[in-house]
Design a binder for this molecule. Structure first.
Ligand SMILES: Cc1ncc(COP(=O)(O)O)c(C=O)c1O
Length: 473
């Protein structure tokens, strides 16, 4: 596994280059060929996004902002999003026929590679029996057993349909169990779009420059307290100010939704202790880190046992899923075993269970996390070295198949530090990489993901592309 020294954003590099001027997105009206934000002499001649542009123009009339999830809209990197046609392994193809090495992986689920043959075959078999029963099915038992035996703190699990639902359920459960109203979350951590979490929520919210969302009543967030990430003294102070009122502390054990930010060595332990001393629950939101940092998630990786854990993404193998789980004594509060209500029409549906089971079976094989760690380490080191050589201020880190880099000297310990990044430069880098056939998350404030399908050649090709792009941004 990665030593966390790779993580502390230790490669900080000095800048001396002036950014080249960036042309805003424009288009030639006759041919409707998109000009990218970066002026690129070596731009591959074949790279156009004509069909993408047409499709996205149509989409904007049909769906708000042309997308069904905001960060996909490329708002923070300029230009328009690429409309995808298909995915396989480590690659995506857009509707103009351009191929990309993909480091988004559908925002995390695609850890064994997109459209894996075994997953597809298993789904085809399951589908013969139907797509949704709305009644118990054996596949739920299988995935539940896999999750329980993998994730150290989970003795019972409830499947839902998204990470948002998982976090909503976990917070309701913590409040029900402790009979207390308040929660502490960390600035820049995202726990889905439920009302109580839309306070300093990083990611898409930060990307759009919205401090919070209109439509969230004050009553829904009044019990949400916030602290900077990696800041124990603020958490301590909040517990002193709100004695007997705090139900839970929830966090991303490694932040992905402000870009990649690792915890300081003692951070989790201190939180564990403070919550225990104060009768509050400690919740690891492992929607992103679960089965990604290690088979048992961040809690296995860091050796921490939270009271509750939320999961999503990977455990659905690319189908909609979420889950929350924890100690039996807490989980038995959930209806119908207990009084805390939570339900879902499609929860535990056989397709999501099948894709999850097949994905976890693959991840469990020996050497998977070592491989992810190796290629991700090579990737981030190569990118940072290339940036340094070109004179850019850059820092970054990784653990297993999760990574990130910021256009700032660092170190980055929290969202305020992350916001020091040169986001305009990130946008130029982003568009340049896209033209070179590399698809990163379209925001400085998102982590990247590798998969078992990425080859060492993909990594070298990405580094070579970064070398070119760093030279001219
Ligand atoms: C840590 C974390 N929690 C919760 C969520 C919400 O999950 P979903 O988008 O499936 O609702 C996300 C989504 O990216 C996430 O990264």
């Amino acid at each position: 596994m990665a030593s966390v020294s790779g993580v502390g954003l230790s490669w900080s590099l000095k800048v001396s280059r002036m950014p080249s001027s960036v042309s805003s997105q424009s288009r030639t009206s006759s041919r409707r060929v998109v000009k990218m934000a970066v002026s690129v002499e070596n731009k591959p001649k074949s790279f156009t996004l004509q069909k993408s542009e047409e499709a996205f123009s149509a989409a904007k009339e049909l769906m708000p902002g042309g997308v069904n999830s905001p960060v996909r809209a490329f708002k923070s990197v300029g230009g328009q999003p690429v409309v995808m046609d298909s995915v396989k392994g480590a690659y995506m193809w857009d509707i103009d026929g351009n191929k990309y090495i993909d480091y988004v992986g559908s925002w995390g689920p695609a850890i064994i590679g997109h459209a894996d043959e075994e997953v597809l075959a298993a789904l085809a078999e399951t589908m013969k029996k139907g797509t949704s029963f709305g009644a118990p099915c054996l596949l739920e038992n299988v995935l539940a057993e896999m999750v329980i035996s993998a994730v150290p703190s989970v003795e019972m699990v409830r499947f839902v349909n998204s990470g948002t639902e998982a976090c909503m359920g976990a917070i309701r459960l913590a409040r029900a169990f402790t009979r207390r109203p308040k929660i502490i979350k960390f600035e820049g951590c995202y726990h889905g779009h439920a009302d109580p979490f839309l306070v300093k929520a990083g990611s898409g919210v930060a990307t759009l420059g919205l401090p919070d969302s209109p439509g969230v009543p004050r009553g829904s967030t009044i019990d949400t307290l916030t602290s900077p990430y990696n800041d124990i003294s603020t958490v301590q102070r909040l517990f002193e100010q709100h004695q007997g009122e705090i139900a839970a502390v929830i966090l991303e054990p490694v932040v992905g939704n402000s870009g990649f930010i690792a915890p300081k060595p003692d951070f989790h332990n201190a939180l564990c202790q403070i919550t225990k001393e104060n009768g509050a629950l400690f919740i690891f939101d492992e929607v992103m880190t679960g089965f990604r940092l290690a088979y048992g998630g961040a809690q296995e990786y860091f050796g921490i046992t939270p009271d509750l854990t939320t999961l999503g993404k990977i455990i659905g193998g690319g189908l909609p899923v979420g889950a929350y789980g924890g100690r039996r004594g807490i989980m038995e509060m959930v209806a119908p075993a207990g009084p805390m209500y939570q339900a879902g029409t499609l929860s535990g549906n056989p397709l999501a269970m099948t894709a999850g089971i097949k994905t976890l079976e693959r991840l469990k094989q020996p050497g998977t996390y070592e491989y992810l760690n190796k290629i991700t380490g090579d990737l981030i080191q190569g990118i940072l070295d290339a940036g340094k050589k070109a004179g850019h201020e850059l820092c970054g880190g990784y653990i297993s198949g999760m990574f990130g880099f910021f256009f700032t000297e660092g170190p980055v310990y929290n969202f305020e530090d992350a916001k020091k990044s040169d986001t305009a430069k990130f946008a130029r880098f982003y568009r340049g990489m896209l033209e070179q056939g590399v698809y990163f998350a379209p925001s400085q404030f998102e982590a990247g993901f590798t998969s078992l399908a990425h080859t060492p050649e993909d990594i070298q090709q990405t580094i070579a592309a970064a070398e070119k792009v760093f030279q001219r941004i």
